[in-house]
Design a protein around this ligand. Structure first.
Ligand SMILES: Cc1ncc(C[n+]2csc(CCOP(=O)(O)OP(=O)(O)O)c2C)c(N)n1
Length: 138
C-alpha cells in the first residue's frame, strides 16, 4: 500500500482536468477555525499532510503490517512475509506528486453541463470537443 497522503489518482485527474484541487489530499486545516457557517469560506484544508499511521491501522484490522522505507526494506518485507497465512500489508511511503509518463488515455469525466462559472463552461466545451473525437474499439 502506498503512503501517498490522499486519493492521488483522482487528485491527478482533477488537476489535469480542471487545474483546481478539492478534497483528495489528507491535509491539516491552516486557516479558519472550523467548518461552521461563519468560518466556512476561510476553512481550507491546505496545510501539511495529516500524520496517519497506516501500518497501525492495518494492524488494528488484523493484518501483519510492516512499513518499508527503502528498496531493501521492501524486498525484506516481501520475502519475510511470503509464507504468512492471512493478510499482509506493506506500507511504502512515496514521493508526493511524481507522475509516471502519460499513457495518451482519455478518461470520460464530464464537467457540469450547466454552470454560472465561465471556467466551468470552458471545460465543458473542451470536453464535448474531445468527446466528439472519441473512437470505440471492440
Ligand atoms: C468502490 C469504488 N468507489 C470509488 C472508486 C473511484 N476511485 C478510483 S481511484 C480512487 C482513489 C484511490 O485512492 P487510494 O486507494 O488511496 O489510491 P491512490 O490513488 O492514492 O494511489 C477512487 C475513489 C472506485 N474505483 N471504486
Amino acid at each position: 500500500m502506498s503512503e501517498n497522503h490522499g486519493y492521488q489518482v483522482i487528485h491527478r485527474l482533477q488537476m489535469n482536468r480542471t487545474g483546481k484541487e478539492f478534497g483528495n489530499e489528507f491535509r491539516y486545516r491552516t486557516t479558519g477555525g472550523s467548518v461552521a457557517a461563519a468560518d466556512a469560506p476561510k476553512a481550507r484544508l491546505d496545510g501539511d499532510y495529516l500524520k496517519v499511521d497506516l501500518r497501525q491501522i492495518a494492524e488494528g484490522l488484523g493484518a501483519l503490517a510492516i512499513r518499508a522505507t527503502t528498496a531493501a526494506e521492501v524486498r525484506e518485507a516481501l520475502s519475510s512475509t511470503r509464507d504468512t497465512q492471512g493478510p499482509v500489508v506493506i506500507v511504502v511511503p512515496t514521493v508526493p506528486h511524481v507522475d509516471l509518463p502519460g499513457g495518451d488515455v482519455w478518461w470520460d469525466v464530464a464537467p457540469a453541463e450547466v454552470s454560472g462559472q465561465e471556467w466551468v463552461r470552458t471545460l465543458r466545451t473542451d470536453y464535448e470537443k474531445a468527446r466528439g473525437s472519441q473512437r470505440w474499439f471492440g
